[in-house]
Design a protein around this ligand. Sequence first.
Ligand code: HEM
Length: 455
Amino acid sequence: MRTIVLCRREYLECLLSKSTYGTRYPNSVKPDELGIETKGLTLNNNFKSWTFNHHLFNQAILSPKFTDVVIDQTNKLFNELESYWDKLFLKEDIIKENKNILDFPGWIYHYTNDIIIKLLTGEKYYSMAAYFNTLSDEKSDHPSVNVEDSVIFFQELRKLFAGYSLFLFILPFIRYHIPFFKNKTNDTIRSLRYFNQKLETIIERRRQEIKDTPLEEPLPHDILTSMIIKNAFRDVNYIEVGKAARSMTNSEIRANLLDGIINGTFKITDTLSFIIYYIAHNSDVEKKIIEEIDNVFQGDKMRPITKDDFYSLSYCEAIVKEVARISPNLYSFSRCFDKSEEIAGYQWPANTLFKINVRAIHNDDNDWEEPNKFNPDRWLVEGFEQKNNSFIMFGGGLRICPGRKLAMIELVCLIALLFRKYEINLVDMNSPIKTWSNSVLVSCEKLLVEIKQRN
Ligand code: HEM
């Protein structure tokens, strides 16, 4: 398929306008091949169905109440993470023997997996506990059946994440007839079946819990509950208005949850791993982070982080943006339109595929001063305003990332919680960061760091 790669922000006006809906991968997945093509968000090519899901998902994830829940869970799960690190890496004898070394993305993938499942479904998962068990003779206190369940969940998620690329970028003939690809294809479909069953059980259980909750009692603030009650009896607006639009079916909820779990687990970890790498290579930046954090927390290394803290950590936010600018982990995303469009001065036929090269746009010297320089301060210069579409870490227009606020809270809070208490150094300052990539994203494979308490 002919693909047009756009590397200048000026060409994105029509693609990222708030009124233009474009599909992502129009011809790769055959209708009903995976059973999710007209459901959820990321792979949904049906405008009517996408609008319905987008509207309900956004309402739930962008609500102010949800921000409080994200910060609360960040504190709780960070405490759990620290309890494992205390046992494995922070004891005096371990530090003396230089064994205080951990694989940063290894831990954070499990952390982000546990938190995103909690935020989306309200269920407690034990992926961090499972990872701890693989590294320690002592086992976590959680019931082993739950821990083992989380191990399988995480393994299947990895398979599914890798398997999606197969459906998006490899021709159907190859994936169904060439043995290596055929096995991978079957693996992906098996993983998807596993998630369908798993999520169906969770949804049915929650539907029952909602039915059993008396009207005067509040319901939890996770995305699953919001999606179930929207336009249904427990929806506040439904009671007021007395009638409503339709509510979501289980298969729609399943696809939305899966979209959130995949996006929320991998992208946050990859971005945070790059952040650690950049901070380690820029001691002046590290010094400024610590200054900001000490100023906000006044030396208190234990109290939970709050919403006000999050809004005060502007240097930490600038670091997230600068790392995402100079080294975006989702370095390309696509759009396709069902009618002819004029873009970059040419008239393109309907169904032309456009790829937006995020890396090129973030490093264009027409829009950025010294684009190759890692300089978080650029975001804090008084009066600084980025030019339209010159920074597209979360995409743009109608299909902009719905998880952007959640991702930003997570990233800023994690930087603060990590650097307020720990000194984190790379084990090997000379080696480049170890990554793997496909044609849309670059993911951190391994990053060994040495960790100890900050004086
Ligand atoms: C650092 C973290 C993240 C980055 C860099 C990121 C980036 C992106 C980008 C570039 C897109 C494509 C937008 C477009 O086409 O205009 C996207 C889409 C999406 N993201 Fe994120 N994202 C992140 C975290 C999250 C989280 C935490 C969630 C879930 C809760 C999420 C859910 C989604 C979904 C569902 C879509 C598809 C939207 C649609 O097609 O309508 N993302 N993300």
